[in-house]
Design a protein around this ligand. Structure first.
Ligand code: FE2
Length: 356
């Protein structure tokens, strides 16, 4: 699929992603489903609403603009490799074989390449959620997000590669815990929680002594549930005592977990989850990592509808990596009004209240 600028979208193209269309009367939002053929009136309406562009299923003659951080092929490859690795571990009494790791290594290289090619791209985590198997897609999302945070922190290519691999493997210790317990929807007993909390060290044991795993990858795996204020596990390490990879993965892990649909709850909105992470800045999370995360995550992706504190509704038309919480919007009314929440000082008192 490609992201096609709205002026180049033509009648008959097939939508590759759902898109919302605002209807003035009776003031409601309609959904144009993925797979729908676009009509000229749809396109006109979207132009009028200020849409920048749409995800369209491929045809070679269409203009190509990279808009997604990972292509579908790489996602499928990554999920397949993770699946293979996790099931090999089961057979192998928990020891990670170098041959099993080779495929995952390859994936890490591709993730880092993709992030380096699209340096300015802001991660819209929804782009990554297409598989049902939670652990695999969670590992992949955490890896992409961690690598993006690492880039924002100025890590070099080798460190980004290690970080990406570390994040792909961060929950590998869960393969050593009964599946029923991992997916249990009810509240855990104290004993059960203790078992769950053993997964970082179990993960460390799985990868230990493997020639492809260096110390910082190992340290990142065992420390991804530590908290900046010392209330995490397994060691209750504090502040910079927690290895950098652990501090980065902690943020990516919580962000992805909260924005994912689980059997027992609906996903949280990106914007709410970001607020949660900001609120835990300095307590659960390293402020420097949160800062880097905020530069890389799109809380209000392009084409999203939001409600403002002055009651107006707008569609997101442009993002500013310096402050993704204040995008440019086209206001939904009959006039051609744009709000640039980031650059226009007259609008500094207006905030986004919710995404719709
Ligand atoms: Fe974990």
């Amino acid at each position: 699929m490609n992201f096609i600028l709205i002026n180049e979208v033509r009648e008959g193209m097939i939508l590759a992603k759902d898109v919302k269309i605002y209807d003035y009367t009776p003031n409601k939002i309609d959904l144009l489903k993925e797979g729908s053929k676009l009509t000229s009136s749809n396109i006109e309406r979207l132009k009028e609403l200020g849409s920048v562009g749409l995800y369209i299923y491929n045809k070679d003659e269409f203009n190509k603009t990279p808009a997604r951080i990972l292509d579908d092929e790489l996602k499928i490859e990554a999920i397949t490799e993770l699946e293979k690795l996790f099931s090999d571990l089961d057979k192998n009494e928990g020891k990670l074989e170098s041959s099993a790791l080779r495929g995952i290594n390859e994936i890490s290289t591709k993730i880092v390449d993709s992030i380096l090619v699209n340096k300015e791209y802001m991660v819209n985590i929804l782009d990554l959620k297409m598989y049902d198997e939670y652990t695999y897609h969670h590992s992949l999302s955490v890896s992409v997000l961690s690598t993006a945070i690492g880039l924002s922190l100025g890590l070099n290519d080798k460190a980004l590669f290690d970080l990406s691999l570390c994040a792909l493997l961060h929950d590998i210790g869960k393969t050593k815990i009964a599946r029923d317990l991992i997916t249990k929807p009810d509240k855990l007993t104290e004993e059960e929680y203790k078992i769950i909390k053993s997964h970082p060290l179990r993960g460390g044991k799985c990868v230990a002594k493997n020639e492809l795993i260096n110390e910082r990858i190992y340290n990142g795996i065992i420390s991804h549930h530590e908290k900046y204020d010392g209330t995490g596990y397994p060691f209750g390490a504090k502040g910079k005592e927690i290895p950098l990879f652990g501090r980065i993965i902690a943020v990516a892990d919580v962000y992805d977990a909260l924005t994912s649909k689980r059997p027992y709850r609906e996903p949280n909105k990106a914007s709410e989850t970001i607020e949660y992470i900001m609120a835990a800045n300095g307590s659960f999370f390293d402020p420097a990592v949160v800062n880097a995360f905020l530069k890389k995550i799109a809380p209000y992706p392009i084409n999203d509808y939001v409600r403002l504190s002055n009651g107006k509704i707008g569609i997101v038309t442009r993002l500013f990596p310096e402050n993704p919480l204040r995008p440019e919007l086209k206001i939904i009314d009959k006039k051609d009004i744009y709000y640039n929440l980031y650059e226009d000082p007259n609008l500094y008192n207006i905030v986004i209240v919710e995404s719709l």
